[in-house]
Design a protein around this ligand. Sequence first.
Ligand SMILES: [Mg+2]
Length: 419
Amino acid sequence: MLSADVSFPRGLSVPETKPDLDSGPTVIVPPAAYMAKTAPGSMATPRNCLEPVDSAAIKAQPKAPNYAFAFDIDGVLIRGGEVIPEAVEALRILNGENEQGIKVPYIFVTNGGGKPEEARCADLSRQLQVPVSPQQFICGHTPMREMAGTYNTVLVVGGVGEACRVVAEGYGFKDVVTPGDLMKSISSITPFRTLTEEELANSRYRDFSDVTIDAVFVFADSRHWGDDVQIIIDLLMSKNGRVGTRSETFDEGPPIFFSHNDVLWKTNHTQNRLGMGALRVMIEALFEQSTGKKLSRAVSFGKPQVGTFKYATSVLERWCKDHSGFGTSAETVYFVGDTPESDIKGTNEFDNLVDEEWYSILVKTGVYEAGTEPRHRPKATVNTVLDAVIFGMERSKIVMAPKLQEGSVSSTDEEEEEE
Ligand SMILES: [Mg+2]
């Protein structure tokens, strides 16, 4: 069986020690453009699209908690499109259904994407049976919003149908091209596929002879790897992003941005499935094979990049500020994830950088397979997200009901072991 850290280590293809994996060596726009200064309020997410959180009820609670939770979604709350049952109970507890009636702030930080944040939050609200606001939600491509003013014409890859074009245009990108547009306009560009009638109708014909593609953005997982890879490699090898050209030095193509770098992810299939990080591995390998040069213009966002955790901090702070019963900031943030290489690695690294405590909790409902040794060691390992919530609240001295069942947590935190 594939395992995140045994049979298919990311490091085989993309060594994690490579500086470009985490920070991106040739970022055309510095990640700082979205990291620290981004105001969550600027996320252009209409509050009235969802049921508002009952801030009056939050204000009435006796004591503001000094901690918060951040949740990964796939493999933690949702798996294969279905809600993990314990997730509903976990959020109920955080929303005040606990012994002391305390409401605890939480946000969602997913590497996934492919829909506008508002639409994804509406889905989550329905599945998790609690209102989820876009203001407590970060997905893989959220940081790309900040780059809309930097690049004029962009190729947007991934997702279902036209969804990612809609997302990109909603972010403010002025001229969005999709692989479908190129296939419709230059039918020979992908020899092994013809567009469906629906794709033909949605794709936009244009004369690409005078078009310069300034950057490539992989917003969500590719649905047609072969065609997308062909088109992306063409552009990366092009002269200044001009379709149909070839650079003599192969140093003149546009940069490529991935919304995350997860090689594997968890669906309802028995073994883990290949994700966007695998696409990056493939593109880097093919670029090197074709040009003899390493691709130095690829950058990944999402977890485990520190910038994503900085961004999450600002989102959480704003969320707490907007609901005064939550207090001004959290001294401890429990990050609950299923992927050691992104959730746990990122949380642990960020914890070492900041004053507040970021405490990594690994669940067994996703990518991580029980019995294997995760490459990045979590502070605690639990069975489900419900156990994670109860564990965190107990650790922060909130007496809980129901109690944790024996054996549902294994803590690797030295403090816990001493207690
Ligand atoms: Mg996950």
